[in-house]
Design a protein around this ligand. Structure first.
Ligand code: GDP
Ligand code: MG
Length: 597
C-alpha cells in the first residue's frame, strides 16, 4: 500500500470508557470479519486480559475502509495496554502510530488514566481526535465533557465526535475522521530497513511472534534480519498482518504494521523498542529512544509447602517466557526457606503474576511485602541497587541512600478531598497541584514509591468509597534519610520482616509492627520479646507473655472429644506456621505486620 492510503492509530481511554467496544465496532463496520465470526474471534483476540478488565499486551488489527471519497484506506489499530505499570510498552506502541482516538465516556468525563494515556500520545506527537462515547445514555453530557477536555488536557475538542459504540452511532464519522484528520505515515522504501519492535509474545505453535512497524525499507519472507540491540540474526519464516486472525503477506513496506516469526525461542531475546534491520546492507543506527523496561517493585515469592519449590521454579520460568519485563532470581530466607526474588513493572503487574501462579499453576504462595529498588551510594563512590532490604550493607560504609519517587495524579469527588490530602501527607507526599477538572478536584502529589507500593491504593479506595481514580508515573530518584529496620523475635532477626523506612517515621512504624506481631504470633510456653531495631539500637518493644502450662486444662478434664478437637485444631494451625528459632510465626504475619492502618 502507498503511504498516502495508510493510517495508523491507537485508542486511548480510561478503563470502561468503551475502548474495546469501539474497536469491535470499527472492525465490524469495515467488514473485516463476517458477523458470524465476530463473536468468538475478536473478543478473545482483542481482550486477552478481559477477565481483569485490562488489556496488558498490545493487540493490533488491520482494517480496510472504502471512504466516502471513493478511495480505500488501510487502517492499522494498535490496542495499547491500558495501565501505567506498562507505561513503557504504551509509549513504544504510541511511537508506532501517528494518531489517537481519545475516547472519553460522556457520562463520566476525564479520569486519571485518561490523562496519563493522553500525555503519552501527546509526547509521541500524535494528532488526537476526541471521541465522546456513550451518547446514547441519558446521563451523557457532551458539552460539559468537551469543555473539560479543553480545560484539563488542553486540546481542541470543538470537533469531538459524538459516538455510541454500543448502538453504532457515529462509527461512520469516526472512520472518516481517521482517514481525513489523522496524518499518513512517512517512510522511505528505498532506504535500509528499519522496523520497530512494538511487542512480542510466545505462541505455542509458532514460537515467538514479533509485532513490527516498518519505518523505512521493506521486509520479506526469508529475509535475514538483525535485532540491533544484541546483534542476533534470524531468518524470517512467516510474515503477515492481523485481520485480526493472522494472514500471510508477501512483504511489509514503510508505514505498515504486521508480524514476523523467525524461529526465536524466547521472548526475552526480543526487546520492545528494539530496531530490526537486514543482516546485509542494514541500517547503521537504530531508531532513537530505546530503553528497556525495568522492574521497579520487588518481592519474594515462596511456596507455602517447601516441597513445591521445583514446581514454583517451573511455573515462574514458563511465565517469564512470555513476559520479558518480569525478572526473578533464587532467594533463600531464614524464615521462609527457598523461593524467588521477583521484579515487576508495578503493583498491578505483581498481582497479575502472583494470581496466575496461584490459579493456573495451583501453587500456594507466601508473598513478602513489596519493596522498591533503592540506590545505595557507598563511601567508596560506588552505587549498589538494593532489591531486598535484608541485603542492606553495613551503614558505616554507606554514604547516602536514594529512593524512587512518583508523580501521582488523583481525581476525587469534593467530599473526600480532605481524606485524600491527609493520606498523601501521611505518606510523605509533597503536593504539586490542586486544580479542578470541571467540578472534580484533581490533585497531583510527588510521593515516594515506597509509600505507595504496599497498600496506598487500597487505602485510597477505602477512604473515598471507591470514587477516586489514581494513576502514577516514575519521576526519578531522590536522596532521603532512609534506614533499615529489623525485627527481632525472641532475640533473633527475622529477615523477611526487614524493611527500609524513613528515619522520622521509624519509631512509629516499629511500634505498630511490634504491636501487630504480638497479636499475630500465638503464645508459646515461654515469654517472647518482639523488638524493632535500627542498627543495634532497639526502637520499639513488645512482650508476648507465656502460655499457661496445659492448654487443655480449661476443658475441665472429662470431655475427651473436646480435648482431642482442641489438639487437632492446634495441629492444623501449626501447618500454616513457619518455625523460626523456637518460635512459630504464622504466614499471614509476614504481610499483615507490614500493613499500616
Ligand atoms: P474499555 O475498558 O475501555 O475497553 O471499555 P469496554 O469497551 O469494555 O466498555 C465498558 C462498558 O461500557 C461495557 O459494559 C460496554 O458495553 C459499555 N459501553 C461501551 N460503549 C458504550 C456506549 O456507547 N453506550 C453504552 N450505553 N454503553 C457502552
Ligand atoms: Mg477493554
Amino acid at each position: 500500500t502507498d503511504l498516502a492510503h495508510i493510517r495508523n492509530f491507537s485508542i486511548v481511554a480510561h478503563i470502561d470508557h468503551g475502548k474495546s467496544t469501539l474497536a469491535d465496532r470499527l472492525i465490524q463496520a469495515t467488514n473485516t470479519v463476517s458477523n458470524r465470526e465476530m463473536k468468538e474471534q475478536l473478543l478473545d483476540a482483542m481482550d486477552i486480559e478481559r477477565e481483569r478488565g485490562i488489556t496488558i499486551k498490545a493487540n493490533t488489527v488491520r482494517l480496510e475502509y472504502l471512504a466516502d471519497n471513493g478511495e480505500t484506506y488501510v487502517l492499522n489499530l494498535i490496542d495499547t495496554p491500558g495501565h501505567v505499570d506498562f507505561a513503557y510498552e504504551v509509549s513504544r506502541s504510541m511511537h508506532a502510530v501517528e494518531g489517537s482516538l481519545l475516547v472519553v465516556d460522556s457520562t463520566q468525563g476525564v479520569e486519571a488514566q485518561t490523562l496519563a494515556n493522553v500525555y503519552q500520545a501527546i509526547d509521541a506527537d500524535h494528532e488526537i481526535v476526541p471521541v465522546l462515547n456513550k451518547i446514547d445514555l441519558p446521563a451523557s453530557e457532551p458539552d460539559r465533557v468537551k469543555e473539560q477536555i479543553e480545560d484539563v488536557i488542553g486540546i481542541d475538542a470543538s470537533e469531538a465526535l459524538l459516538v455510541s459504540a454500543k448502538s453504532g452511532i457515529g462509527i461512520h464519522e469516526t472512520l472518516e475522521a481517521i482517514c481525513h484528520r489523522l496524518p499518513a505515515p512517512k517512510g522511505d522504501r528505498a532506504a535500509p530497513l528499519k522496523a520497530m519492535l512494538v511487542d512480542s509474545w510466545y505462541d505455542p505453535y509458532l514460537g515467538v511472534v514479533v509485532l513490527v512497524r516498518i519505518m523505512d525499507g521493506v521486509m520479506k519472507k526469508n529475509d535475514r534480519v538483525k535485532f540491533m540491540r544484541n546483534g542476533t540474526v534470524h531468518q524470517i519464516d512467516k510474515i503477515g498482518v492481523f485481520r485480526p486472525a493472522m494472514r500471510d503477506v508477501a512483504e511489509l513496506g514503510p508505514g505498515e504494521i504486521g508480524f514476523i516469526t523467525a524461529s526465536i525461542k524466547q521472548v526475552r531475546d526480543t526487546k520492545v523498542g528494539d530496531t530490526i534491520t537486514h543482516e546485509k546492507k542494514g541500517a547503521e543506527k537504530p531508531l532513537p529512544g530505546f530503553k528497556p523496561s525495568i522492574p521497579v517493585v520487588f518481592c519474594g515469592l515462596f511456596p507455602v509447602d517447601s516441597a513445591e519449590f521445583e514446581d514454583l521454579r517451573d511455573a515462574i520460568e514458563k511465565l517469564a517466557l512470555n513476559d520479558a519485563s518480569f525478572s526473578f532470581e533464587m532467594e533463600t530466607s531464614a524464615a521462609l526457606g527457598f523461593g524467588f526474588r521477583c521484579g515487576f513493572l508495578g503493583l498491578l503487574h505483581l498481582e497479575v503474576i502472583r494470581d496466575r501462579l496461584e490459579r493456573e499453576y495451583d501453587i500456594e504462595l507466601i508473598t513478602t511485602a513489596p519493596s522498591v529498588v533503592y540506590h545505595v551510594y557507598m563511601k567508596d563512590g560506588s552505587m549498589q541497587e538494593l532489591h531486598n532490604p535484608a541485603d542492606m550493607p553495613d551503614m558505616t560504609h554507606v554514604d547516602h541512600i536514594e529512593e524512587p519517587r512518583i508523580k501521582a495524579t488523583i481525581m476525587v469527588p469534593d467530599d473526600y478531598l480532605g481524606d485524600v490530602l491527609k493520606l498523601c501527607q501521611d505518606r510523605r507526599g509533597i503536593q504539586q497541584e490542586l486544580t479542578y477538572a470541571g467540578t472534580r478536584p484533581l490533585v497531583v502529589y510527588d510521593l515516594p514509591l515506597n509509600e505507595v507500593v504496599f497498600d496506598f491504593y487500597d487505602r485510597l479506595k477505602s477512604v473515598t468509597k471507591g470514587y477516586a481514580s489514581f494513576d502514577y508515573q516514575m519521576i526519578g530518584y531522590r536522596q532521603d534519610n532512609l534506614v533499615k529496620m529489623q525485627v527481632l523475635v525472641n532475640d533473633e532477626p527475622v529477615d523477611a520482616l526487614s524493611m527500609m523506612v524513613h528515619r522520622d517515621r521509624a519509631e512509629m512504624r516499629g511500634r505498630a509492627m511490634c504491636e501487630k506481631l504480638k497479636e499475630l504470633i500465638p503464645r508459646h510456653m515461654f515469654k517472647i520479646p518482639i523488638q524493632a531495631a535500627i542498627g543495634g539500637k532497639v526502637i520499639a518493644r513488645e512482650t508476648l507473655s507465656a502460655l499457661r502450662k496445659d492448654v487443655t486444662a480449661k476443658c475441665y478434664g472429662g470431655d475427651a472429644t473436646r480435648k482431642r478437637k482442641l489438639l487437632e485444631k492446634q495441629k492444623a494451625g501449626k501447618k500454616k506456621m513457619r518455625q523460626f528459632g523456637k518460635v512459630d510465626i504464622p504466614q499471614e504475619a509476614f504481610i499483615s505486620a507490614l500493613k499500616m492502618d
